[in-house]
Design a protein around this ligand. Structure first.
Ligand code: ZN
Ligand code: ZN
Length: 344
């Protein structure tokens, strides 16, 4: 093992439940074979942490982490001081799915960083080297967190749609939270600035940000999806991506699809009821799920982040120190933010 001079204990946020976060002492972990220890520099808040915030957890949350390698175990190849981001899923690397690159569908997953392994709101974070994705030192690590949920999850979902519909010309995004904004932004990056993306929400703050990113906003407090789409000159869409997890949103999105259309469900949550003949058979529509992304999608997204950094960094609207983490979450839940990042 090779280490810099590190403290033996660290103060990390503890999610007590009921929205209360205080700080506890935990030992600084030491990397074993195949592991690296990161000093965390940035970790983005995520809607999927709602359960941890309200129910509490003994795990240190945080799964959108970027940091610098400060200790390495045996059988590793990463140099000390290397900056990078952490893939959420502690995939095995040897199962059938991992071997084919589907690391988001590992059959022997060892854990999920920030959910059942201590994550990126801690000062230091222990990860298997295979989950670490290096970036160049010139890329700010707060912006590097965009590579994870904001870019990774969304590009994967768009690629899922392209498996079924290779000639996508129009898109609907339901929900303008950070993932919805990410889908919008990555559609613009992938298909060009003129590509039409409808985006719905009930929060005008988020729709204003969506509009600044080039989206065609539909405020469902003021109009229906069908009327809003028609007002933007798009009566049908080739692909719809639901980030809301709401049955009503999924159903309305499905009804908005053209023949051969694809609905991709990204947001976990409620159900969806179908009438199979008109919904699927006669129209040859498809409904797909999309979960996180594959580790091997990171290099292409890093290239996109380098090329489009000024555009994509607009999705990060707030930055807080870790001492302000409780306030950061309270602001985040109010819906008047894009991505909120804890910096250390
Ligand atoms: Zn997340
Ligand atoms: Zn595996």
């Amino acid at each position: 093992m090779s280490v810099l001079a590190l403290p033996s204990v660290m103060h990390v946020p503890c999610f007590r439940g009921g929205g209360k976060i205080d700080f506890v002492e935990k030992p600084v972990p030491q990397p074993g074979p195949g592991q690296v220890l990161l000093q965390v520099k940035a970790n983005a808040l995520c809607g999927s942490e709602r359960g941890q915030f309200y129910n509490g957890t003994v795990t240190t949350p945080g799964h959108e982490a970027a940091g610098i390698v400060v200790a390495v175990g045996s059988e590793t190849h990463t140099a000390l001081h290397t900056p990078g981001v952490v893939f959420l899923m502690d995939f095995c690397g040897v199962c059938r799915n991992c071997q084919r690159g589907f690391t988001n569908q590992c059959l022997q997953k060892r854990g999920d960083m920030g959910f059942n392994r201590d994550g990126g709101y801690g000062v230091y974070m222990l990860v298997h080297e295979t989950l670490f994705f290096p970036v160049e030192p010139t890329l700010p690590l707060t912006e590097a967190t965009l590579l994870l949920d904001v870019m990774g999850t969304t590009v994967h979902a768009i690629h899922r749609a392209q498996l079924v519909h290779p000639d996508i010309q129009s898109m609907l995004v339901t929900g303008a939270g950070p993932i919805g904004l990410g889908v919008l932004a990555m559609a613009k990056v992938l298909f060009g600035a003129d590509f039409s993306v409808l985006i719905t929400d009930i929060a005008s703050w988020r729709l204003d940000l969506a509009e600044r990113l080039g989206g065609l906003p539909i405020n469902l407090k003021q109009t229906t999806l069908a009327d809003g789409a028609r007002d933007h000159g798009l009566s049908r869409c080739d692909v719809a991506l639901d980030t809301s997890g709401k049955e009503a949103a999924r159903r309305a999105a499905l009804d908005q699809l053209d023949k051969r259309g694809v609905l991709v469900c990204i947001g976990h949550g409620e159900g969806l009821s179908l009438t199979v003949s008109p919904d699927l058979i006669a129209t040859e529509r498809a409904i797909l799920g999309s979960e996180y992304f594959c580790y091997n999608e990171l290099p292409a997204n890093l290239e996109r982040l380098r090329t489009h950094l000024p555009y994509l960094r607009q999705i990060i609207t707030h930055r807080f120190g870790v001492n302000e983490i409780e306030a950061a979450f309270n602001l985040f839940w109010q819906g008047e933010t894009g991505k909120v990042v804890i910096e250390q």
